[in-house]
Design a protein around this ligand. Structure first.
Ligand code: HEM
Ligand code: CU
Length: 601
């Protein structure tokens, strides 16, 4: 274990490197180099896209509950030519763009971009990121992506419609589908920008965490949030170049006449498909080589955040700090060798199925270690049920359900039956919505005071939590049943097949719950915006937590801390006998003459 001293940014010099307070409006709020402003820019952008993604989802749900009926309010406006109905090709755009927006514009950037940026320097005791300019660019590279995706709805043929996984030849051959025209090209361009943005972020996070830690902040004194961010940055660094490269190859297939993913002699809609000689399966391999690790990019930081929230509100040290770190690392490592579990049904060599099945199931091990450690953390704790604690607890519960359905799908024979049914949709949403998104909500309620100097309303927070929790389960749990009944995903009208007609009432129930869940988010939005301006002001450490961000002013100024913090212990010393209080901040020196502290882990 080595003690690394903060890097090149000395604190006296904090005001000297460009983001001084004398800077104009543009430098302070728009093209800011300050990691906190960039984090908040990411937060606002992702929350806005969350609204867009949510509305797209409700449109999908509308069709499944009341197919071929006029959409209320917007139907006549948007699809006048269809008499207010959702046309099948528009339905495919809806679910494609819903998933794209939620994954690439909401979940990934909210974790790494918003929380990563805001928290990393603060929690390690640094004054900013290692490369502030690169950091600013990583935010601004999201904008071409935002613009491409928004524009795609308005071009001929409409937005991308090949699913968020963009499988060729549907995606590579413009004649393949109505939506496979300019919208698909814009989709690929947009994705390239997202990839470049994330890569810039990941380099910055890794360097910052390795180089800029405050004196005494050893790697094994880092809060779990930072460990989650660190391992995620590693995942991004290794997986993203693959996605960005294949995205570019698909772009070339579409625009320059190459044939990486187009097979020989392919005929679509009575037209020969172009170059040929390529391999559609190659896309699936390379796409999932990124996208399986990416599902962990979408959850590891949230796991870290939830660990920090749970220790704070259980007033107990994190149970098994080091096993928690090793299990994150284990999940990340295994995440790279299991991508084929998305391809059991693709025609991939069946001999590979067994390897992918066994390796996928092994992920349940580190996942279970984490779950048991979270339970150990709250066991016997003095639990305070704040809104963020409620969200953190439900994160764990929902992640368990999502992990369990994952094991079903990992078993090849079972997956053959449930692949491409609503069971998959249930799984995705338990891990990504009940998991990550709930973790993010917990994080917002928890760090809002640090970000804006005010607290959010707890009463309305709890209303938001309970409504979200109930409607979430009402929406996504029945999807397991639908899926087990064979109900297909990504089909505009499954009732076309008589076998599924009896499932329509269940779909109506799901849609009503989904509308309820959407409505519950309005409470959150109102609470968020109101608290931003009128919430009660709070001090530096409203939750009496230990990690370094809480010793900085709320909100922290330029350079973050009043003076360089020095770290004496890990972040989870709650109810330590050596401290008079029930918490023991990382920067408080041990009392003179106190027995030398034994390591807590
Ligand atoms: C014990 C842990 C997990 C296991 C064993 C597991 C297993 C699987 C399997 C086998 C599939 C493919 C099913 C199919 O397409 O037929 C799948 C799909 C998926 N998983 Fe997981 N999973 C786990 C955890 C997670 C986590 C933590 C996330 C995200 C945070 C996640 C997100 C997804 C997504 C987004 C898909 C669907 C992709 C698509 O086809 O659109 N999974 N999972
Ligand atoms: Cu996977």
């Amino acid at each position: 274990m080595s003690t690394t001293v903060a890097g090149s940014h000395d604190f006296e010099g904090a005001h000297a490197h460009g983001h001084g307070h004398a800077a104009g409006f543009l430098r302070t709020y728009v093209f800011s180099l300050d990691h906190k402003v960039i984090g908040i820019q990411f937060l606002f952008s992702t929350l806005l896209w969350f609204v867009v993604g949510g509305l797209l989802a409700l449109a999908v749900r509308w069709q499944l509950a009341w197919p071929w009926s006029d959409m209320p309010v917007v139907g006549r406006m948007l699809f006048a030519h269809e008499g207010g109905q959702i046309a099948p090709e528009f339905y495919t755009m809806l679910f494609t763009m819903h998933a794209t927006v939620m994954i690439f514009f909401v979940i990934i950037p909210v974790l790494a971009g918003a929380f990563g940026n805001f928290l990393i320097p603060l929690m390690i005791g640094a004054d900013d990121m290692a490369f502030p300019t690169l950091n600013m660019l990583s935010y601004w590279f999201m904008w071409p992506a935002f613009i491409c995706m928004t524009a795609s709805f308005f071009v001929t043929g409409g937005a991308a419609a090949a699913g968020w996984t963009s499988y060729p030849p549907l995606s590579s051959v413009p004649a393949a589908a109505p939506g496979s025209e300019a919208g698909q090209t814009l989709w690929l361009l947009g994705l390239t920008f997202v990839g470049v943005s994330s890569m810039m972020g990941s380099v910055n996070y890794m360097t910052t965490i390795i180089q800029m830690r405050a004196p005494g902040m050893t790697m094994f004194r880092l809060p779990m949030t930072i460990w989650g961010m660190f391992i995620t940055a590693l995942l991004q660094a290794f997986a993203l170049p693959v996605l960005t490269a294949v995205g570019f190859m698909q772009l070339m297939d579409r625009t320059l006449g190459t044939g990486f993913f187009i097979p020989e002699f392919l005929i679509v809609n009575n037209t020969p498909a172009g170059a040929g000689g390529g391999q559609p399966l190659l896309w699936q391999h390379l796409f999932w080589f990124y996208s399986h690790p990416a599902v962990y990019i979408m959850i590891l930081p949230a796991m870290g955040m939830v660990s920090d929230i749970m220790t704070t509100f259980a007033r107990k040290p994190l149970f098994g700090y080091k096993p928690m770190i090793y299990s994150i690392a284990g999940i990340a490592g295994l995440g790279f060798i299991v991508w084929g579990h998305h391809m059991f049904m693709s025609g991939m060599n069946p001999a590979l199925g067994m390897t992918f099945m066994v390796s996928t199931m092994m992920i349940a091990l580190p996942s279970a270690i984490k779950v048991f450690n979270w339970l150990g953390t709250i066991w016997g704790g003095k639990i305070e049920y704040t809104t963020s604690m409620l969200f953190a607890l439900s994160f764990v519960a929902m992640f368990i359900i999502g992990g369990l359905s994952g094991i079903f799908m990992a078993a090849t024979p079972v997956d053959i039956f449930i692949h491409d049914t609503y069971f998959i949709v249930a799984h995705i949403h338990y891990v990504l919505f009940g998991g990550t998104a709930f973790g993010v909500f917990g994080g917002i309620y928890y760090w809002f005071p640090k970000m804006f100097g005010r607290t959010m309303n707890e009463f309305w927070g709890k209303v938001h939590f309970f409504l979200s929790f109930i409607f979430f389960n009402g929406t996504f749990f029945p999807m397991h049943i639908l899926g087990a009944g064979g109900f297909p995903r990504r089909l505009a009208d499954p009732y076309h097949y008589e076998a599924f007609a009896h499932l329509q009432p269940m779909n109506q129930f799901i849609t009503i719950c989904a509308l309820g869940m959407g409505a519950a988010q309005l409470i959150f939005a109102a609470n968020f915006i109101y608290s931003l301006f009128f919430g009660p002001k709070c001090g530096r450490n409203p939750w009496h937590a230990n990690s370094l961000e809480w010793i900085a002013p709320s909100p922290p100024g330029h350079g973050n801390f009043d003076a360089q913090p020095i770290v004496y212990r890990g972040p989870y010393e709650y109810n330590s006998p050596e401290s008079d209080e029930d918490y023991y901040p990382q920067n408080v020196p041990p009392k003179p003459g106190a027995p030398k502290q034994k390591p807590a882990h």
